[in-house]
Design a protein around this ligand. Structure first.
Ligand code: OSB
Ligand code: MG
Length: 369
């Protein structure tokens, strides 16, 4: 296929309620969409980089700039030789910027698969029609507020709860939720790097709650530290921020730092690299699950396709549209018996609803040949 033009759309999508992690709080989902126009048709992707570089070094305005200055012109130069599979090798010379790379690769993959009348799920190797859904619960102002939110999510049918933690908001909230909902609740925590190697005893106190996992307790660069922690505590250590490629995944597994892996396609440069991580983990007997970056329907659809692969044996953060948004940018994803349906249509299987997208649009920019 040939890349003719790309529309970069900046969206501000309001959240239903504030989402707070150890890295900061957000009220608006700030993202850039990549709308690729090719000679075989159009493709869509949501770039997961949000407003601030507080989860990774990427942020939405930076991602848009890298796309416009380097990634898109490079892919346009390939002419008719462009395929979705050729994107990562041709952009390999650009260091980092994986969320920006993931977005253009996904938009092109969407275009390519729509033209071939194949779903992304089929292309990636999906084996399930629906996937079990978990929900990520932010840090709250009080314990009663936390209890109210978790109660609500469980009433909706979510199958597992992930509590965001940080120093000062860890032992007590976990104890409260474990005691309120009993030993059978699938419960896990995510620290988003908020702890250090000096906090191992504090983290060991969480062992008594029989958590499914603890996600990214310490610095993303500190793989060895996670391996030491994994030896020290009973709770399985799961890596998120640290795992930026299949090579790093392989090394982290070998070191004993990753007993479980959260795969976020955006963080690792796209869906093709995600399948490689899935395969590396599967071969090593390491379970994976699909994380999220508060994606609206365009991004959520693609994550659901990935979450349908066989080694995604734990519920993901692939929650329903109404977890974050009053009105999604596509047909909303809904929770049915704790599961969400994997899209079956060609490509990512959903289309933007233009009138709704227009309402969220802050600016639009065209990059042309
Ligand atoms: O660490 O998994 C994370 C959201 C933004 C940035 C990082 C993370 C998260 C979440 C929510 O936990 C995931 C989601 O529901 O999309
Ligand atoms: Mg995380």
């Amino acid at each position: 296929m040939k890349l003719e033009a790309v529309e970069l759309i900046r969206l501000d999508v309001p959240l239903k309620s504030t989402f707070r992690t150890s890295e900061g709080a957000v009220n608006v989902h700030e993202v850039v969409w990549v709308h690729a126009i090719t000679d075989v048709g159009e493709g869509w992707a949501e770039c997961a980089a949000n407003g601030l570089p507080d989860y990774s070094s990427e942020f939405h305005t930076g991602a848009a700039l890298v796309l416009k200055e380097f990634l898109i012109p490079n892919l346009m130069k390939l002419g008719n030789d462009l395929t979705a599979e050729a994107v990562a090798p041709s952009l390999h010379w650009v260091k980092g910027h994986r969320m920006a790379k993931a977005a253009i690769e996904t938009a092109l993959l969407d275009a390519q698969l729509r033209a071939a009348n194949t779903s992304l799920a089929t292309y990636l190797g999906a084996v399930k029609e629906t996937v079990p859904a978990g929900v990520s619960v932010g840090i709250m102002d009080s314990l009663p507020e936390l209890l109210k939110f978790v109660e609500g999510y469980l009433a909706e049918g979510y199958l597992r709860i992930k509590l965001k933690i940080q120093p000062g908001w860890d032992y007590e909230p976990v104890k409260l939720i474990r005691e309120a909902f009993g030993p059978d609740l699938m419960l896990q925590v995510d620290a988003n790097t908020a702890y250090t190697r000096d906090d191992f005893d504090l983290l060991k106190r969480l062992d008594e709650f029989n958590l499914l996992l603890i996600e990214q307790p310490i610095e993303e660069e500190d793989i060895l530290g996670h391996a030491r922690l994994a030896e020290y505590i009973e709770t399985p250590v799961c890596l998120d921020e640290s795992i930026v490629s299949a090579d790093i995944a392989r090394d982290a597994i070998e070191l004993g730092a990753a007993e479980i892996i959260n795969i976020k396609p955006s963080r690792v440069g796209g869906y093709i690299e995600s399948v490689k991580i899935h395969d590396v983990a599967q071969a090593a007997g390491i379970p994976v699950w699909c994380g999220g970056m508060l994606e609206t329907g365009i991004g959520r659809a693609a994550n659901l396709a990935l979450a349908a692969l066989p080694n995604f044996t734990l519920p993901g953060d692939t929650s329903a549209s109404n977890r974050y948004f009053a009105v999604d940018t596509t047909e909303p994803f809904v929770l049915v018996d704790g599961h969400i349906s994997v899209p079956t249509g060609p490509g990512i299987g959903v289309d933007p609803i233009r009138e709704i997208v227009d309402g969220y649009t802050v600016s639009t920019e065209w990059v042309k040949r």
